[in-house]
Design a protein around this ligand. Structure first.
Ligand code: G6P
Length: 622
């Protein structure tokens, strides 16, 4: 949700900023801009639209411009026009900033600054930060401290003084025209990483904009800032307390974030699922001896085994994975489990008793609501674990311990491989807790052996992509779809509907199949598609009844069934098969046809699947 990138080094900054913005474009893509320091003045170019619209208005890059800021926006305050695009200059023209986050008290600060005679140009909360820094830099605050500092110290002081006034979240890159060799970054609640290269520094919202230049990085923590100059960088808190930060290795490579011959990141990520799950489970499952080892939470396993109450919390697709987890923990480990939307959990008065464990699930590790749920659970004394993909992300760092997905970077806005990897981690955890609490070792070994076969079974489903494309073509003109499943496939029905909505803009609803007759059945008209997940399992006969109800009303059926199910053919207008697997493991298979169906429907309708309308990959605002 908004991508920021800044460069200081010896190379020409503009192409590096543009390349970085392209890598971050999945975080927001309604407007973009860059700021460069140009002989003592700040030159800003910005526009509504995507990075290619920005490229079209840029001047030729100048080799002497070796310091700059870039931003790609997902609008919160103010429509996505040129004036609201970042970078934002301050009223004196000396300061320019790029910002990711939301300033909650911007109204009060804006009024105060306006009363001081400061003029505003945009509707954004960000301009308040620029003007506040500019104001303190220009006039001080009357204190002895402000009178004593000058030069670079004054710039740093003004930034700190301004940041201490802000309520809300920020990842910031800041320039001052008086210091053509200084770049300041600051962070609270939004991600910010400093890539440290050979004589160059790249400050960015995520590692995707950095890996091309260096794999060495410093992860800033909340309320920290960094001042970068050609000679090096120093970090301190916004209260001016120096801190030493360790360099970390960025754990992914450039190839992992490139398209590698696929038309879209989403398609690449769908096809990467066999590999992603193999990596995710690699070294963790021992099919031979029926054991699971999740190193990251080893020291919490006793507590987890004894827990009387497990809360899973997440947003979007990760919430759907959580719901699968709830069913797994109940069935295999007999642990009372609830799955909560993080946005609701954080504002409720949740019951967290002694021994409650909260597990937060997030691909990005940056989702604002999920991060707030972590804090809320910690404040109430729960042990908080994370299931996160992005190494070193805010949620990974805020939780007591956790399990990384190791699914590789996910760039497509619609989450795919992260879902199956989240479910794989939840399954491994549920089997291990189940073995310790409820099921026999033999049963656990059986599940582990089946789990090991999932990547190959996914590969077989992927072979049907062209067939699924034809089904999408036959139905993509329909504006209303239903997705129905029962038991472990009910969360998959929710996920299938979400995928279709997100990228094809078709209205879709996911439901437990039996709920259809309590209302949604009224929607069924001639040719309206209903996607049924009707794989072999305890509820097979029940869902057959629901299929008959749809057909009796003229609806079309797209059925996901188990390979070899001859009986179901006569009930399906369109049939997609998945290899046989125990019901508890089916979500990692049955979701695949739904991801492909959504992808092909979106393509046939002419949409940009990697950058769907109004969405952003990582929702770092409430
Ligand atoms: C956004 C994305 C979804 C994702 C959700 C949660 O809405 O578009 O694909 O499921 O955020 O993201 P997280 O990174 O916390 O899993």
């Amino acid at each position: 949700m908004c991508g920021i990138v800044a460069y200081l080094g010896e190379k020409c900054a503009q192409p590096i900023l543009i390349e970085g913005l392209k890598r971050l474009e999945y975080r927001g893509y309604d407007s973009a801009g860059v700021a460069l320091l140009d002989g003592g003045a700040i030159r800003i170019k910005k526009t509504s639209g995507r990075i290619n619209a920005l490229e079209a208005i840029l001047d030729e890059p100048r080799t002497e411009d070796t310091l700059g800021l870039g931003h790609t926006r997902w609008a919160t305050h103010g429509e996505p026009n040129e004036i609201n695009a970042h970078p934002h200059p301050d009223y004196t023209g000396k300061i320019a900033i790029v910002h990711n986050g939301i300033i909650e008290n911007y109204g009060t600060l804006k009024t105060w600054l306006q009363n001081e005679g400061v003029k505003f140009l945009s509707d954004t909360d960000t301009e308040v930060i620029a003007n506040l820094i500019g104001y303190f830099y220009a006039t001080g605050d009357g204190s002895e401290e402000s009178k004593q500092c000058d030069g670079q110290t004054k710039f740093e002081w003004a930034v700190q003084r301004a940041l201490r006034e802000l309520h809300g979240t920020y990842g910031l890159g800041i320039l001052c025209a008086d210091f053509p060799n200084i770049l300041i970054g600051a962070k609270k609640g939004s991600p910010l990483i400093l890539g440290v290269g050979d004589g160059e520094y790249i400050l960015a919202s995520d590692a995707a904009a950095i890996v091309e230049h260096t794999t060495q990085a410093v992860y800033l923590a909340d309320n920290e800032m960094v001042t970068i100059s050609p000679g090096g960088f120093h970090t301190k808190t916004i209260d001016n307390v120096p801190i030493t930060k360790e360099l970390s290795e960025i754990e992914f490579s450039l190839e992992q974030i490139e398209l590698g011959g696929f038309e879209h990141h989403m398609l690449k990520e769908i096809f990467e699922q066999p590999k992603a799950l193999t990596t995710c489970m690699g070294g963790r499952i021992d099919a031979q001896n029926g054991r699971i080892k999740l190193g990251g939470i080893d020291s919490y396993l006793r507590e987890l085994t004894r827990t009387k109450h497990l809360i899973l919390t997440a947003c979007g697709t990760a919430w759907h994975a959580g719901l699968v987890g709830e069913f797994l923990f109940e069935q295999l480990a007999r642990i009372p489990t609830e799955t909560e939307y993080a946005s609701e959990f954080r504002y409720r008065n949740p019951i967290i008793e002694d021994g409650t464990v909260v597990v937060c699930i997030s691909q990005s590790g940056e989702t604002a609501d999920t991060l707030a749920a972590v804090e809320q659970a910690k404040e109430r004394g729960a042990t908080v674990l994370g299931i996160v993909n992005v190494v070193g992300s805010s949620i990974a760092r805020a939780t007591d311990a956790g399990v990384y997905l190791h699914a590789g970077p996910e760039i497509g806005v619609a989450s795919t491989k992260a879902f199956t990897a989240q479910v794989a981690v939840l399954t491994m955890l549920a089997v291990e807790l189940g073995r310790r609490r409820h099921i026999s070792s033999n049963e656990a070994t059986g599940h582990i052996k089946e789990l090991a076969q999932i990547p190959d079974k996914i590969s077989r489903i992927l072979e049907q992509s062209d067939h699924i494309k034809q089904i999408a073509a036959a139905n993509a003109g329909q504006e209303n779809w239903l997705f129905l499943g029962r038991g472990f496939n009910y969360p998959v029905a929710l996920e299938g509907a979400l995928k279709l909505k997100e990228i094809s803009y078709i209205h879709a609803e996911g439901l437990p199949a039996a709920e259809m007759k309590h209302g949604p059945i009224a929607l069924i008209v001639d040719a309206m598609p209903t996607v049924f997940i009707a794989t072999a399992g305890p509820q097979y006969n029940k869902i057959m009844g629901n299929i008959a109800e749809v057909r009796a009303r003229g609806g079309k059926t797209i059925i996901i069934a188990t390979e070899g199910d001859e009986n179901i053919k006569q009930h399906a207008d369109h049939l997609i098969t998945v290899p046989d697997a125990p019901e508890i493991l089916q979500p990692m298979l049955t979701v695949l046809p739904l991801q492909l169906l959504a992808y092909h429907a979106a393509m046939l309708r002419g949409h940009d699947v990697d950058k769907p309308r109004n969405l952003a990959k990582s929702v770092t605002v409430e």
